[in-house]
Design a protein around this ligand. Structure first.
Ligand code: AN7
Length: 354
């Protein structure tokens, strides 16, 4: 076992685990909550923190939920798992599948998942079906397949995924000593916003927090079914993780929004890339584009008429920037400067030949 407890051990009393549930962990959870250096001041809130979910074992928040789904699958005697994914769920399933020797089958939209995520699924040895279609179509196929085969579905429609992911909310309250005023979070299939809301409300009802945050969810403008109020047949955004047109937890996300007096809005690709580069260059935090949607949304709150002054805000940075090296390479607009490997040449370059 890792030195720090994983989320099941850390939050056992809040999860549906029994003595019959196998002990499962890759050291997920307990991720850093890092105070903002500059973006918080720029938006004018009191405190801004980033929760670095990219520090999880496979580089995204999915591990919090996957560990629970896997523990319960093992408890039920399953030997196979399956998911559809825009990339991170497949990487996480493949890792836990490898560790616990479950046959792992992942369906991904062909050509539309970030390189790092595909590399992970390959390295962990999952069987990868690249479907000629969207994530939504892949998920719908998977939901049909689990009716026909003895195989565990580990997408977030599996309630144990949501249970595991709610531990992110517990960690925030445990670390801040109270709930933040706002939680900004990207929304794709809408499992995570559902899970965080569940975590905050459970902590409040158990007396661990006095209040709950307003849930501020952000979709990508080209993939914003909840904002538009109807499914998007051909979702399009640079943030491939949230290129989802018909979220499985749509209603739960709306409930989280309404019960918390929050909002679900959208940010376009330029706003996402701006936030992505500001996080890297002003905060030293490299997250993936989908994660930056939370910060792009935060930056937009004043223009959406939300007063952030005096507020404590947490942005969930759901995945690691290394997942998607292609976007950094294309959008950071840094030219390599080629040079001969000697002092004179390097000095010449640095001093402009003077
Ligand atoms: C980095 O991996 O749906 O709203 O199949 O990878 O809970 O779906 C990923 C989603 C945000 C959206 N940030 O979370 C998948 C998948 C990152 C993500 C989301 C995803 P949900």
């Amino acid at each position: 076992m890792p030195m720090l407890p994983g989320v099941i051990e850390r939050y056992r009393e809040f999860l549906e685990v029994t003595d019959a549930t196998p002990s499962v962990s890759l050291g997920e959870g307990s991720t850093p909550l890092v105070r903002s250096r500059s973006i918080g001041d720029a938006v004018g809130c009191k405190n801004l923190y980033f929760k670095l979910e990219g520090c999880n074992p496979t580089g995204s928040f999915k591990d919090r939920g996957m560990v629970m789904a896997i523990a319960k699958a093992l408890e039920a005697g399953r030997t196979r798992i399956i998911c559809a994914s825009t990339g991170n769920t497949s990487a996480s399933a493949a890792a836990y599948g490898a560790r616990y020797q479950l046959e792992t089958l992942v369906l991904v939209p062909a050509g539309e998942i970030a390189l790092g995520k595909l590399a992970q699924a390959m390295a962990y040895g999952a069987r990868i079906l690249a479907v000629n279609g969207s994530f939504d179509q892949a998920l719908s196929a998977v939901r049909g397949i689990v009716e026909l085969m003895d195989i565990e579905l580990v997408n977030s429609v599996n309630p144990y995924r949501i249970q595991g992911q709610k531990t992110g909310a517990f960690e925030i309250v445990d670390e801040l000593g109270e709930a933040p005023d706002f939680l900004c979070i990207p929304v794709g299939n809408a499992g995570n916003i559902t899970a965080y809301w569940k975590g905050f409300t459970e902590y409040q009802s158990k007396g661990r927090a006095e209040s709950t945050p307003r849930m501020m969810g952000f979709q990508a403008a080209g993939a914003a079914p909840i904002v538009l109020g109807e499914p998007v047949a051909r979702p399009e955004t640079i943030a491939t993780a949230i290129r989802i047109g018909n979220p499985a937890s749509w209603e739960q996300a709306e409930a989280a929004r309404d019960e918390s007096k929050g909002m679900i809005d959208m940010v376009d690709d330029n706003e996402i890339v701006d936030a992505y580069l500001r996080l890297a260059r002003e905060e030293g935090i490299f997250c993936e584009p989908a994660s930056a949607a939370s910060v792009a949304g935060l930056l937009k709150l004043p223009e959406l008429g939300v007063d952030v002054s005096g507020k404590t805000i947490v942005c969930i940075l759901t995945g690691n920037g290394l997942k998607d090296p292609g976007t950094a390479e294309k959008r950071a607009l840094v030219e390599l400067e080629y040079v001969e490997p000697d002092i004179d040449s390097v000095m010449n370059l640095l001093t402009g030949g003077k």
